[in-house]
Design a protein around this ligand. Structure first.
Ligand SMILES: [Zn+2]
Length: 119
């Protein structure tokens, strides 16, 4: 038998405890890392809009100039999910300016777009 430790999708810490279950019966987990912005997560989401990788793609597409409905169609999620994720990611980066992957991406990506638009 092989045991695989549960990892937090945000900080990749293995200091994770079980935190009850969803209404569907899926196990919920809680990250114990105090610096981590994320607390509750699931290993397998039913809803594509909740998957961390999809949420990162939403932000990436917005920074590359994709519209809300464009992003929703490509990632097969609802336009309202795209708006909700974009609003949340901005609130995240203003709360902790030097933590999290999305804020470091913003710093790298913004000057490139501004440069291209200027010409
Ligand atoms: Zn974490």
């Amino acid at each position: 038998m092989v045991t695989i430790p549960v990892q937090c999708p945000h900080c990749h810490s293995t200091e994770v405890i079980k935190a009850g279950k969803q209404a569907t019966g899926a196990q919920r987990y809680q990250c114990q890392n105090r610096q981590c912005a994320r607390r509750i997560f699931l290993l397998q989401y039913q809803d594509r809009g909740r998957v961390p990788e999809v949420r990162r793609q939403i932000v990436d597409m917005a920074l590359n100039g994709s519209g809300v409905r464009d992003t929703a169609r490509v990632l097969r999620i609802s336009p309202t999910t795209v708006i909700a994720v974009l609003k949340k990611s901005r609130r995240h980066s203003t709360r902790q300016p030097h933590a999290g992957a999305s804020s470091s991406f913003t710093r790298r990506a913004r000057p490139a777009t501004a440069h291209r638009r200027a010409r």
